[in-house]
Write a protein that binds this ligand. Structure first.
Ligand code: DC
Length: 219
């Protein structure tokens, strides 16, 4: 078993930025489990499956093979052998990932992939259920959150910077809706593990959050 740092929290709390930074500074690999759910979501969208069709989603899992690789330290997602990393970051894929991740077959499919990585490597793994379900014995567990207003503002700034037209109130509504779904689903809901350290990043810089996490780790 490698050394593992589990970071869970809602969308937009800064998990991936922080996890990537901590991984780089510790020399561990960064595992973005949300990207794996997004990878399967791309498959469901390609098949034209409705996000509410749980049976169709479960059936479509049978001909989807998601795997992960690294190119210059950056995580790549492959769907049936094709690198689909550039397709993952759209709202459509995010919404499908959020909906389809409540289907037990979807979670089961990705669980072994995630555990296998943590068995072989030192990892910083981020997601929604890492400390509670995927790696209950993780060496360090963090629940990283921020207010919905802060998270919406960060997302808004990010989209504006990329030149994508967007509406702040709509983004905040989407974030609240996504939280609601991620926290209230029957299987592996987003929850703070009893032994996780809570960090609210609303008024913290990236550096401050990373340092708070590094302080919890072995030297
Ligand atoms: O972190 P993200 O936005 O890329 O994740 C996309 C969706 O995937 C998220 O809405 C919920 C789901 N997810 C999950 O259920 N469990 C994880 N460990 C990671 C993501």
């Amino acid at each position: 078993m490698g050394y593992s740092i589990a970071i869970d929290g809602p969308a937009g709390a800064g998990k991936s930025t922080i996890a990537r930074l901590v991984a780089r500074e510790k020399g561990y690999i960064y595992v973005d489990t949300g990207a794996m759910y997004r990878g399967l979501a791309v498959h469901f969208l390609k098949q034209g499956i409705d996000p509410g069709d749980a049976d169709g989603i479960a059936a479509a899992c049978e001909d989807a093979d998601v795997s992960i690789g690294y190119e210059e330290g950056s995580q790549q997602i492959y769907l049936n052998g094709e690198n689909i990393t550039s397709l993952l970051r759209t709202e459509e894929v995010g919404n499908m990932a959020s909906r389809s991740s409540s289907v037990p077959r979807v979670r089961e499919k990705l669980l072994s992939l995630q555990r296998d990585l943590a068995r072989r490597e030192n990892v910083v793994m981020d997601g929604r259920d890492i400390g509670t379900c995927v790696l209950p014995d993780a060496d360090v567990k963090v629940y990283l959150t921020a207010s919905s207003a802060t998270r919406a503002r960060r997302r808004y700034d990010e989209l504006r910077e990329k030149g994508v037209p967007c509406d702040y109130s709509q983004i905040e509504r989407d974030i609240i809706e996504r939280d609601e779904r991620d926290m209230n689903r029957a299987v592996s809901p987003l929850r703070q593990a009893a032994d996780a350290v809570l960090i609210d990043s609303s008024d913290m810089t990236i550096r401050e959050v990373a340092d708070a996490i590094l302080a919890l780790c072995r030297p």
